[in-house]
Design a protein. Structure first.
Length: 393
């Protein structure tokens, strides 16, 4: 699925950005999206923050005092918009708003496996989240109002004690810039930044790309390998015991038994691909899929007329050997389907491509439509549907 948004790289081009800036150094693009306007009004954003299926946070500060509240946050809990120094953060807006999902498509020059989400920050005058650093790449697109950014490398990552958010204790910015609607600032991981709203109604769109720590991925691999053992393996049995042994002494035989259990785990490249594919496509806990209640025949006819598209909440990846969607691996023989790989890349199949699907592919696509993972293109879910599919948390 192509995006209607095109990033203006100024004197650069995309290859040079990826070569010289991506994960290396910041870049400010003036009018990266000329004429850009907010995709949601302030009222619509506040309404999103009040929903229990949307992750949101309210951050207020006065001097050295900071207060953090987690959503859902109904409108009555928000301060007056005229009150200074508060920020509302709404995560995963691309999962709930088609226009936000379309905006994210403009950033698919970065692998889908890296995408986290689009977060919208609304701030009153002086509002911000304080000096901090992130463990991911982020594009900060100014949608409304003005924001002053102070940025710089972090020499001392020490955090301020006793704060509800991770604020740097000794942040020394090397550059200060003010951005306006349409401007975009790129920051690589671990780059210090502090954004402060200049005037009221400051709205910033953050398109984040996660960089999972190696330890986190190791845990996922170990969990997967342990689950794959199936029968649980042999049960521990004591060696011959002798009276008089210290009761609190950890038996060496049990240590050896645990080491043997670990040695049973023999991952190969396919295992790592499966773990990563399922892990990186797993829906977030707040995600619900609306099942399509239409009869199978009606659903099939609708798909034949207009093709299909991935639901904006669906995540889909593939390797040479496997296809993954919403935390699951597609079973053989469909794991080798070229059509499913096309769907993952395009996030849609037109009517001709759907018609060209073989019987097994078509059955799988219709099953995904019934679950809400896939949508007949151009057709909305009928009113009244709302049954959660997989990924309902």
């Amino acid at each position: 699925m192509m995006s209607t948004y095109a990033i203006h790289w100024g004197e650069l081009d995309l290859p040079r950005f990826l070569r010289d800036y991506w994960q290396r150094r910041p870049l400010l693009l003036r009018q990266a999206l000329p004429g850009f306007r907010p995709l949601l009004t302030r009222t619509q954003l506040f309404a999103l923050a009040a929903r229990d299926d949307v992750e949101s946070r309210l951050l207020q500060h006065s001097g050295r005092r900071w207060q953090l509240d987690h959503g859902p946050i109904p409108r009555r809990r928000l301060p007056p918009v005229t009150q200074a120094r508060w920020t509302l953060l709404v995560q995963g807006v691309n999962l709930h708003v088609d226009a936000a999902s379309e905006l994210v498509q403009a950033f698919r020059f970065i692998p889908d496996a890296r995408l986290d989400d689009l977060m919208i920050s609304w701030a009153s005058d002086g509002g911000g989240v304080g000096p901090h650093q992130d463990a991911y790449d982020v594009f900060l697109l100014q949608a409304a109002g003005r924001r002053r950014w102070r940025i710089g490398p972090v020499a001392d990552p020490t955090l301020q004690p006793g704060k509800p958010v991770k604020l740097l204790s000794h942040f020394e910015p090397e550059e200060e810039i003010v951005v306006e609607p349409g401007d975009m600032l790129y920051l690589p991981p671990q780059w210090g930044h502090d954004g402060i709203a200049v005037g009221a109604d400051c709205m910033t769109y953050s398109i984040g790309f996660r960089a999972p720590p190696q330890d986190e991925l190791l845990k996922e691999v170990l969990w997967h390998l342990a689950d794959a053992q199936g029968d649980g393996g042999p049960i521990y049995a004591d060696p011959p015991l002798r009276p008089g042994e210290p009761p609190a002494l950890l038996p060496k035989a049990m240590v050896r038994f645990a080491a043997q259990a670990f040695s049973r785990l023999r991952p190969d490249a396919a295992v790592f691909e499966t773990v990563l594919g399922e892990y990186l496509t797993e829906p977030k806990p707040e995600v619900w899929f609306d099942a399509d209640p239409r009869p199978a025949a009606e659903l099939r006819a609708t798909c034949r007329r207009g093709g299909v598209r991935l639901d904006r909440r669906s995540r889909m990846l593939y390797t040479a050997q496997a296809v993954f969607i919403n935390g699951e691996t597609v079973e053989q023989p469909l794991s080798g389907s070229a059509l499913l790989r096309t769907l993952a890349d395009q996030r849609a199949l037109d009517a001709g491509q759907f018609a060209a699907a073989n019987a097994a592919e078509r059955a799988l696509l219709l099953d995904w439509c019934a679950q809400g993972w896939l949508r007949p293109d151009g057709a909305d879910v009928p009113a009244g549907s709302g049954a959660p599919g997989r990924g309902d948390g």
